[in-house]
Design a protein around this ligand. Structure first.
Ligand SMILES: Nc1ncnc2c1ncn2[C@@H]1O[C@H](COP(=O)(O)OP(=O)(O)O)[C@@H](O)[C@H]1O
Ligand SMILES: CC(=O)OP(=O)(O)O
Ligand SMILES: [Mg+2]
Length: 410
């Protein structure tokens, strides 16, 4: 019996984990064998949010019916949260067995340009990258280690945010620094690659093939935010660099900043590396500028002028980066909005379009307001020369597909 039929027979679960600084997002899929290729069925989608404070454990099934909606006791840490989650999965899905786990891993460095099976050597390499992704990498590794403790024989697979950008040319990834630093890996990598890869994979199914294969710019606007220039389905350039601090200002991250600011913080303010890291990753972005919130929905509803200033800065930087990515592509056929803000915040899409009218971008105000981000929608007006769309992303499905493909090839 081959691996797929065994997986189907056992009603095997593919567990997808996206462990972040304050949440563990998870999805469960089963696989169905068809004549052409295996089909993945989502059976559960949930998260443990608010880790470190009061955890909210929420999950729905494939038909969006609530399976659990529970506030857990204070003080539960990441490992305990994962233990509770796995216990819940084994109780709730007692007919199924977890046969493989796929992890989102933010930084793959120079080593990983495709998904890999996680072993001791991989974990050692991923640990080396912790300073380059302090908000994400420690939690990914903690989840891998905890899962191994519970299921020593479970195959675990790492899928990287950086991998999709390995098609970027040297011209794009190089910084103007001494060659020795470049050769030790100090270069632009780019992130949110699983999201961009998913969007690239669905483009031909939602829009005209010529546009889908043309020059496309995707704005992934979530708590972390970046933009990517894609041509013929491949990443050409993106706004993030060596780390996920670069590019757009984010919910709590500063985005692009003059390195002279970091020197100033060290030399004039006597701040340590840890203090600066904390400042740039946690106290900047929308939260730092607004002093109100890191959450775009809250900022849009706020009457505080500093909230408006933060939103204006976010939109202005998106429009500036859009111009830069158009230059990288030598033109633009389509602009796609995705992730939490891109999918749901119509006013942000409208403001970005208004600043980008010079490119031939124009969206229909009513269509934009009506688009709820739950399915792809074309927003451009009749006069627009660039197609503007909102397309919901699905990083977890991408991880499940990679995980299943690699698992079946073992
Ligand atoms: N209806 C909405 N209007 C405005 N912003 C929204 C809306 N829904 C979600 N968001 C924003 O999306 C952001 C979270 O995006 P998401 O992609 O879920 O983040 P993460 O990177 O944690 O996955 C938050 O700033 C949130 O306020
Ligand atoms: C890479 C990154 O910024 O990820 P997230 O949006 O999940 O914070
Ligand atoms: Mg995200």
């Amino acid at each position: 019996m081959n691996a797929l039929s065994e997986l189907v027979k056992k009603s095997g679960i593919i567990l997808v984990l996206n462990a972040g600084s304050s949440s563990i997002k998870f999805t469960l899929f089963t696989a169905e064998a068809t004549a052409s290729q295996p089909v993945l069925n989502l059976i559960c989608d949930g998260q443990m949010a608010g880790i470190g404070h009061a955890i909210h454990f929420h999950a729905v099934d494939g038909k969006h019916q609530t399976l659990v909606d529970q506030h857990l006791a204070d003080g539960i840490d990441h490992d305990q949260a994962l233990d509770l989650l796995l216990q819940w999965i084994s109780q709730h899905f007692s007919e199924n067995t977890i046969v493989v786990a796929g992890h989102r891993v933010v930084h793959g460095g120079d080593l990983y340009t495709a998904p890999v099976v996680i072993d001791d050597a991989v974990i050692t390499q991923l640990r080396r990258l912790i300073p380059l992704a302090p908000l994400h990498q420690p939690h990914h590794i903690a989840a891998m280690v905890a899962l191994r403790k519970l299921y020593p024989n479970l195959v675990q697979i790492a899928c990287f945010d950086t991998a999709f950008h390995h098609t970027n040319s040297k011209l794009v990834t190089n910084y103007a620094i001494p060659r020795e630093l470049t050769s030790e890996g100090v270069r632009r990598y780019g992130f949110h690659g699983l999201s961009y890869e998913y969007i690239a994979s669905v483009l031909p199914t939602v829009m005209d093939g010529k546009i889908a294969n043309g020059k496309v710019i995707v704005a992934h606007l979530g708590a972390g935010a970046s933009m990517c220039a894609i041509e013929q389905g491949k990443s050409v350039a993106s706004t993030m660099g060596f780390t996920a601090l670069d590019g757009l200002p984010m919910s709590r991250r500063c985005g692009n900043i003059d390195p002279g600011v970091v020197l100033y913080l060290m030399q004039a303010k006597n701040m340590t590396a840890d203090q600066i890291s904390h400042l740039l990753y946690n106290d900047c972005g929308m939260l730092g500028v607004s002093g109100v919130s890191d959450d775009m929905k809250t900022l849009l509803a706020s009457a505080d002028p500093h909230a408006k200033e933060a939103i204006d800065l976010f939109v202005y930087r998106i429009a500036r980066e859009l111009g830069s990515l158009v230059a990288a592509l030598g033109g633009v056929d389509a602009l796609i909005f995705t992730a939490g803000i891109g999918e749901h915040a119509a006013p942000i899409r409208q403001k970005v379009a208004a600043l980008s009218a010079w490119l031939g971008i124009e969206i229909d105000a009513e269509t934009n307001l009506a688009a709820d981000g739950n399915e792809p929608a074309c927003l451009s007006s009749m006069e627009a020369t660039v197609a503007t769309w909102v397309i919901p992303t699905n990083e977890d499905l991408m991880i499940a597909q990679h995980t299943l493909r690699l698992f079946l090839s073992l």
